[in-house]
Design a protein around this ligand. Structure first.
Ligand code: IDC
Length: 343
């Protein structure tokens, strides 16, 4: 009898404690910024383990010279979906999805883009917040100048140069920042045009930041890595060239293209990919996506998945019904989200 009373008293006490604790935590405490490296020792975070990255031959290597592969998630355009730039979202990706890199996609010419009427101060604020959250969590972070309808990066070169100068000055001491200077050149843009643009922006970045990785886009929506491989940019270290693919559209012939560029010695980085069609929607192709990941892992090429949002399109990692902006549950994930988390 005595034992029973003790048992029930203990249960009752637990219940009371739970109720008291739940009532005591204000709602926003759950979403508030976590403390440094939230829930993980600094030395155990991706950044703590790898330190500043650099390029060695075709590989991205850590501070000890060992090859590392970044597995990243790209935001959708921060001009459309600023709400996903938050520490809880990044922490969920780090802890539950083994994501070690966040790409902050800032469109330059689409709706409220940096060069098309968007509020520059607000957009930069978002970038700075994103970098801070990633840094606090010990994750790598890509600052992406997301050109798209402005097919030729030269179009907004002056603004790009000023923007990256500011970023490089601010982040030169950060060991986790990468600069992506032109998402996807397209239209009638030749590698020599991109190269000329890249040289000026790289020069501006290197005035302040001598070391962090710079990612350079390639012609035809960052697919013609062969053009870059024929004539890479010289005189600077820690440069990589981007290759983008959408698995339901781009298949083995594109892998051969990457393979050839690797053989030519081009360091590549897949700063954006999707497992759907290149429109960002349509059907998803998991079989092809798995082939891509196997290939990239073998080559030790980093990859960043498009996109963290609940937009109603198949590249979104969240279902359109998902209201959460962090702490995502399995039931919140789209087919693409489920596939990517499982990787
Ligand atoms: C798409 C978005 C879509 C948005 C559109 C803007 O998914 O919601 O309306 O941009 O034009 C890319 C681009 C990336 C595209 C994506 C899918 O880098 O901005 O996002 N994509 O089309 N290259 C190949 C595919």
């Amino acid at each position: 009898m005595k034992v029973h009373i003790k048992k029930y008293a203990a249960k009752f006490f637990c219940l009371l404690l739970t109720l008291a604790l739940t009532a005591a935590i204000p709602a926003e405490a759950v979403t508030a910024a976590p403390s440094k490296n939230a829930g993980m020792k600094k030395s155990q975070t991706p950044l703590g383990k790898n330190g500043r990255l650099r390029v060695k031959k075709t590989f991205l290597v850590n501070s000890k010279g060992k090859a590392v592969t970044l597995k990243g998630v790209s935001t959708h355009g921060i001009n459309w979906f600023p709400k996903y730039v938050n520490p809880k979202a990044f922490k969920t990706l780090r802890d539950n999805w083994e994501v070690n890199c966040i790409r902050l996609a800032m469109y330059t010419e689409e709706y409220n883009g940096y060069c098309s009427g968007g509020n520059k101060k607000d957009l930069k604020n978002l970038i700075n917040k994103g970098v801070k959250y990633a840094t606090d969590l010990g994750m790598y972070v890509i600052i992406d100048w997301h050109i798209l309808s402005d097919g030729n990066p030269k179009k907004n070169k002056a603004q790009a140069t000023a923007f990256f100068k500011e970023m490089a000055k601010k982040y030169k001491k950060h060991k986790n920042v990468l600069y992506e200077i032109c998402n996807e050149p397209n239209g009638n843009v030749k590698w020599k045009d991109i190269k000329a643009y890249a040289k000026s922006v790289i020069k501006a970045i290197r005035t302040y930041d001598k070391k962090n990785i710079i990612l350079v886009g390639t012609p035809t929506w960052s697919q013609d890595v062969d053009a870059a491989a024929k004539s890479p940019i010289t005189g600077y270290s820690n440069l990589m060239y981007t290759f983008h693919f959408y698995a339901a559209t781009h298949k083995s012939s594109y892998r051969s293209k990457v393979e050839k560029a690797v053989k030519k010695g081009l360091p590549m980085f897949v700063s954006e990919f999707g497992i759907c069609e290149s429109s960002g929607s349509g059907k998803i192709d998991k079989t092809e996506a798995n082939k891509w990941v196997k290939f990239l892992k073998k080559k030790k090429i980093s990859y960043v998945c498009w996109n963290l949002s609940n937009k109603n399109e198949s590249s979104s990692l969240l279902k359109s019904s998902c209201k959460r902006t962090g702490g995502f549950q399995s039931s919140d994930l789209s087919a693409a989200g489920k596939w990517f988390k499982k990787l």
